[in-house]
Design a protein around this ligand. Structure first.
Ligand SMILES: C[S@@+](CC[C@H](N)C(=O)[O-])C[C@H]1O[C@@H](n2cnc3c(N)ncnc32)[C@H](O)[C@@H]1O
Length: 366
């Protein structure tokens, strides 16, 4: 069967849930068209028989048809095909996240590497409220693993380092994330009050992934959409999504869920950026624009040195000429110096760092 896809103006079916097998659907999408793929594929749990709690109630385990594969070989063939289809539609600087448990994550990781994806991190999602091990024969299985990989080694993938650091109260985000499983009001229920889907992922997990590795407006594709957690969080965060899901009942649940999601306003979506990502302002611009005059004196913030501004945006101090950085470094006898934080000027008797003028210009550029 050939899959046909209704496409929007930019030739991608944005913010839609596409029915069908994800391999066929991805193969029908344009090459190099999506920024990020988030994939939560079947686990291939290989459950044998029912599992009961100590009170004899049956555990609601993942025993659905979509999780059944006859052998590891069949699962590996499936993995190879969908990862290949995913790689074709990723933009050159695109990236993928896959999530799995011990049953399948090693197979996913090996195939990612076989295909030339470049693994950037594996993240352990430590569940703060895992299901106990009812039989007491193994450790409580309290985590899942996510693998984050770029399309290839040279890809300039998106990583919002500062945004994740801010999310973590100013401390670098680590690769172990402690988050609860999806429970309470977030857990979608069917008409009988049962779980609408056995493996609905928490929105907090997707929030971290999407905030950290995409930008507003990016296209995120999820080939195993389920209840549409990826779509719901993408919409909130102002990203575009494409979902693919084979089962109609899950597509219906996801449609309804996403329709009720409110997109955050533009200001709320702006995240912290690194200093390096801010637009470059040459010191000469301050002189050209008359913010500092040729001949004006600058003073080092430590009060020990001074230099004169020249018409071409260089400084002169005694016999040394050069950029704000070079002159600062020479005067301090240091290998390097950040002139922007080293130098200040005087206005109305006050000492003002020259960086204030740079910030003024940057604010105009926004
Ligand atoms: C692990 S669940 C994903 C759950 C999802 N992350 C969520 O938060 O709801 C995997 C989903 O993939 C779907 N699926 C399995 N094989 C598929 C295939 N070949 N093509 C499309 N969907 C498939 C299943 O129906 C199931 O809903």
């Amino acid at each position: 069967m050939k899959t046909t896809i209704r496409k929007g103006a930019n030739s991608l079916p944005l913010n839609e849930i596409l029915p069908g097998d994800c391999i066929e659907v991805m193969n029908a999408l344009p090459e190099e068209s999506v920024d990020l793929i988030f994939a939560d594929p079947p686990y291939n749990l290989q459950l044998r028989g029912d599992l009961h709690r100590p009170d004899n109630s049956k555990v609601d385990a993942v025993d659905d048809a979509w999780d059944q594969f006859d052998s590891f070989k069949v699962y590996d063939d499936f993995t190879r095909e969908w990862l290949k289809a995913a790689r074709r539609i990723l933009k050159p600087n695109g990236a993928i996240w896959v999530i799995g448990s011990y049953h399948n994550v090693f197979r996913l990781g090996a195939e990612l590497q076989n295909q030339g994806y470049w693994i950037l991190n594996d993240v352990v999602w430590r569940k703060s409220n895992p299901m106990p091990n009812f039989r007491g024969k193994r450790l409580t299985n309290a985590h899942e693993t996510l693998i984050w990989a770029s399309k290839n080694e040279a890809a300039k993938y998106t990583f919002n380092y500062e945004a994740l650091k801010s999310l973590n109260e100013g401390i670098q985000m680590r690769s172990d994330w402690v988050l609860p499983i999806c429970n309470g009001g977030e857990r979608l229920k069917d008409d009988n009050g049962d779980k609408a889907h056995p493996t609905q992922k928490p929105e907090s997990l997707l929030h971290r992934v999407i905030l950290g590795t995409t930008n507003p407006g990016d296209v995120i594709l999820d080939p195993f959409f389920g209840t549409g957690t990826t779509g719901a969080v993408a919409k909130m965060l102002g990203r575009e999504f494409i979902g693919i899901e084979r089962e109609e009942k899950y597509r219906e649940v996801a449609e309804k869920r996403i329709a009720s999601v409110r997109k955050f306003d533009k200001d709320a979506l702006r995240v912290s950026t690194s200093k390096r990502a801010e637009p470059r302002v040459p010191f000469g611009q301050l002189v050209e624009r008359g913010m500092l005059r040729p001949g004006e004196e600058l003073y080092s913030m430590n009060g020990r040195q001074k230099a004169k501004v020249r018409a071409d945006g260089t400084l002169i101090a005694n016999d040394v000429k050069g950029s704000i950085h070079q002159v600062g470094a020479h005067l301090e006898g240091a290998p390097s110096c950040n002139g922007w934080t080293y130098w200040a000027f005087k206005r109305d008797g006050k000492t003002v760092p020259i960086d204030v003028l740079r910030q003024q210009i940057r604010a105009e550029m926004q």
